[in-house]
Design a binder for this molecule. Structure first.
Ligand SMILES: [Zn+2]
Ligand SMILES: [Zn+2]
Length: 383
């Protein structure tokens, strides 16, 4: 079940088209149309558009009972100005495919071309083109969309290209592959007063300082948690630039990261209790909110074993990662839904890093990645 050289060139050409026409998270309207158009001749049994925003599901149903296999690609670009100068460079100022989602979508489109040539014998395959991965909102929006109800996947797979890793090799891990992360925002409210009379107000300055130290203190005792836990204070604001005023409010923001979802719950509890205790001590009101929440991506051993078997049969080198990645991926939502695996494909040891302004997806990992997904489908649906 391989693609001929004609299809491969068509795919590379398509990848460059996507690269040239990037769209930001939540705005992937043309990208979604372009992909649906590219796959219209592959005779899918169903096409679902507008999933969780601009998401697109292309479904190939054998009509016979069997598992539902979902393969997901992200398709959004980043608000960064590309510095590359090649002919297919981004045509949108300040927007570019610098995370390789153009490549991920192309690989998935390649799976569609292959399924058209070699239809599955049982079950169904769902090619899910997911919006808004970079903002961490797309996966949850897709899963919570009522139209997703008829998809009901039994298995889900996805890949991300990995600069800094040997090109074309596979990197996987059982259990946590990518961390859980959450943005924390704490609003502190005291009382402003004249700068000459701070005693007439309640300045949150000492509370803010105490809180920054206190939050860092929580994660300085790793034994309190079952696995890796990190807290990074990313922003703090006290009052306004007004020399005549004692400030009456403050905002503190931090990013929390853990390898385990259970540790994230615990970390949130401890963070909240530290913030509330400090506020109580300084007689401040406080409001705590969370944003950009990613659950940990937890790979199932069954899916990881399938991936390894498929890679082996194609002579692709598989490497087991010793520890999870500290970054997060919103594919974590799928891993809470069904047996799933997210894996990495090396982009090359010296390849520019993701989100670098000179990054470009390496086209020569398209073909092996398509073959790998197709082989996984084969093992599940054609045996
Ligand atoms: Zn990215
Ligand atoms: Zn990405």
């Amino acid at each position: 079940m391989t693609l001929d050289s004609n299809s491969i060139s068509k795919l590379i050409e398509f990848r460059k088209q996507l690269h040239q026409n990037p769209e930001l998270s939540g705005q992937e309207i043309q990208t979604s149309k372009r992909i649906a158009d590219f796959l219209k001749d592959t005779s899918p049994s169903d096409i679902i558009t507008g999933l969780g925003g601009n998401g697109l599901a292309i479904i190939y149903d054998s009509g016979k009972p069997g598992p539902s296999v979902l393969i997901r690609a992200d398709m959004d670009a980043l608000p960064i100005q590309e510095s590359n100068n090649f002919i297919y460079k981004s045509q949108s100022d300040g927007v570019a495919h610098l995370c390789g989602h153009d490549g991920h979508s192309t690989i998935l489109a390649g799976v569609g071309l292959s399924l058209a040539e070699n239809p599955i014998k049982k079950g169904k395959v769902i090619l899910l083109f997911q919006p808004a991965e970079e903002t961490g909102q797309g996966a949850a929006a897709v899963i919570n969309d009522p139209k997703f109800k008829k998809i009901k996947p039994d298995y889900a797979f996805a890949l991300h290209n990995l600069p800094g890793f040997e090109r074309g090799e596979i990197f996987v891990r059982e259990g946590t592959f990518a961390s859980a992360s959450t943005g924390l925002i704490a609003h502190l409210k005291g009382l402003s007063s004249h700068a000459a009379h701070p005693e007439d107000g309640r300045n949150p300055d000492r509370a803010l300082a105490q809180m920054i130290l206190g939050l860092n203190y929580i994660v300085s005792y790793p034994d309190d948690f079952d696995d890796f836990t990190l807290l990074t204070v990313i922003h703090a604001k006290l009052g306004e630039v007004a020399f005549g005023t004692t400030p009456g409010n403050a905002t503190l923001m931090a990013t929390l990261r853990t390898y385990l979802n259970s540790d994230m719950k615990k970390l949130k509890r401890e963070v909240e209790s530290t913030i509330r205790n400090v506020c109580k001590e300084h007689k401040l009101k406080c409001d705590i909110e969370y944003t950009e929440e990613f659950p940990a991506t937890i790979n199932s051993s069954e899916c990881s074993a399938l991936l390894c078997k498929a890679a082996k049969s194609l002579d692709i080198q598989v490497n087991q990662l010793e520890s999870p990645f500290r970054w997060s991926e919103d594919f974590g939502h799928f891993t809470q839904l069904c047996k799933s695996t997210l894996f990495g494909v090396g982009s090359g040891k010296n390849h520019p890093q993701l989100h670098n302004e000179d990054y470009d997806f390496p086209d020569d990992i398209i073909e092996p990645s398509v073959k790998l997904f197709v082989e996984i489908v084969n093992q599940l649906l054609n045996n």
